[in-house]
Design a binder for this molecule. Structure first.
Ligand code: NAD
Length: 426
């Protein structure tokens, strides 16, 4: 199964051992390890309790027999002892030009990405890359100077329905995007998870957390830039008493005047078939007739009813998304991951693997030129989200945060030499 060519696998450090690492990143990285793309795997979390959960996850153990990762902090440490800065030591110990996967809460992405850059590590960052446009511009500049590759994990881009829509839009099959509606309501039980410690009003909100997926998708499909954002939120209390926005209702205006409404929340009923609710409708103006794209991203035609309550939040009857991420039988040992979640992680890690193997025998000078050429090609291709081709997301997020904290007042996005955002004048 391993690559027979004399290529070198990439060592990976995942910073953050929470839900996204458990559900998507670790299984994807394990599969890439057994196909020879990834070498050693470290996972560093704030404390070792999520790492113990990852090590004992039965689905992962059955899918990837014999595979393991090094836990930081070690499982011998007390479970409640926090190691805020340990990720810095773990990254410093890596060989340069490997890969750091950033999977910590949104507001910590900037400092972990900067630490990886300081240590000359390629990066895969879960969305959103950062929360401010100025930070993404800074990151892009440093990474390009050093020839470091950064991919941002916007996996909806890899859903074949998004790729089909992107191609058809470019071919002029629909007309010009003019009016749209998107929805992503995450499960209610999220309120009981580690979210209650960081998903608080001052850090984030449902629009920033998941609305950004659909805003990214509309840009991915159409290439239209957003110019104004307004987001209203509804606050609520997490079980630990902290206050967060549980719901959000956003409106994005585009450079051609098009409008997109986006509703988000941590509130899809645990008893529902879910596991969440999500969809996108886009209407387009043509000449004398109109076009339409309609994606039901929740019910994809597969339902399961289990004998025991093993479904989402202990439910029995579930709508299954066979397209995002599933572990399925394959010709090798255990199970393999399939779906656009895996494709998305694999696209960035494979790009890093290809870059590093391609430049291995080149002089430093030639290697840097080659790295930069590949980075530019990926930026221009626009499939993997990179700081250069997905910076509109940081402008959107920055605007959305200002708007939601100002009762939904519109925030303008101004492009040009120095893109920035400002509250619309009254
Ligand atoms: N659909 C998606 O693309 C998607 C889905 C879920 C999460 N995410 C993103 O993934 C990120 C993490 O979300 P999650 O759901 O896994 O959160 P989570 O709360 O379940 O996990 C966060 C992890 O970060 C770790 N952490 C916190 N501070 C740290 C530090 N100083 N050093 C090392 N580790 C530290 C915690 O120990 C924990 O393991 C967020 O940015 C979120 O937006 C993306």
């Amino acid at each position: 199964m391993k690559n027979s060519k004399s290529t070198k696998p990439i060592d990976v450090t995942i910073v953050g051992g929470g839900m996204i690492t458990n559900d998507l990143i670790l299984p994807s990285i394990y599969h890439l390890q057994r196909t020879g793309v990834v070498g050693n795997i470290n996972i560093c979390a704030l404390n070792n309790s999520p790492l113990k959960v990852l090590k004992e996850n039965q689905d992962i153990l059955e899918a990837f027999p014999g595979q393991d990762f090094t836990a930081y902090p070690s499982l011998c440490e007390p479970a409640n002892k926090n190691f805020l800065q340990l990720y810095k030591e773990v990254i410093a110990k890596m060989q340069p030009r490997q890969a750091v996967i950033v999977a910590v809460p949104d507001q910590l992405h900037y400092e972990v990405v900067m630490e990886a850059l300081r240590n000359n590590q390629n990066i895969l960052c879960v969305k959103p890359l950062v929360l401010k446009y100025g930070q993404t511009a800074e990151i892009e500049k440093i990474a390009f100077k050093k020839g470091i590759f950064i991919g941002v994990e916007y996996h909806k881009r890899f859903d074949s329905r998004s790729l089909i829509a992107k191609r058809s839009y470019k071919l002029g099959h629909f007309g010009e995007f003019i009016m749209g509606e998107a929805k992503l309501i995450e499960p209610y039980f999220y309120r009981f998870s580690n979210f209650q410690n960081w998903f608080t009003t001052e850090n984030t909100d449902p629009f920033v957390y998941v609305g950004c997926h659909y805003v990214d998708l509309v840009y991915f499909i159409t290439g239209l830039k957003p110019v104004e954002v307004s987001v209203s939120g509804i606050k609520g209390k997490f079980p630990n008493g902290k206050e967060g926005f549980m719901w959000s209702n956003g409106r994005v205006k585009y450079e051609n005047g098009a409008l997109l409404s986006v509703i988000n929340g941590l509130g899809y009923p645990d008893e529902g078939a879910g596991s969440n609710e999500q969809c996108l409708s886009m209407f387009f103006e043509g000449k004398g007739k109109n076009g339409l794209v309609k994606h039901d991203d929740q019910f994809r035609g597969v339902s399961h009813c289990y004998l025991e309550g093993i479904g989402c939040a202990g439910s029995h009857f579930n709508y299954i998304n066979p397209d995002f991420f599933r572990l399925v039988p394959w010709e090798g040992p255990g199970y393999k991951p399939t779906g656009y979640g895996f494709d998305s992680v694999s696209a960035t890690i494979n790009t890093i693997y290809q870059i590093e193997n391609e430049v291995m025998s080149l002089s430093e000078d030639k290697a840097l030129k080659r790295r930069r050429k590949i980075i530019k090609e990926v930026d221009e291709k626009g499939i993997i989200a990179t700081p250069a081709n997905s910076y509109i997301n940081e402008l959107i997020i920055e605007s959305a945060r200002i708007s939601i904290l100002n009762d939904g007042y519109p925030v303008k996005i101004i492009y040009g030499n120095k893109p920035h955002v400002e509250l619309r004048k009254k």
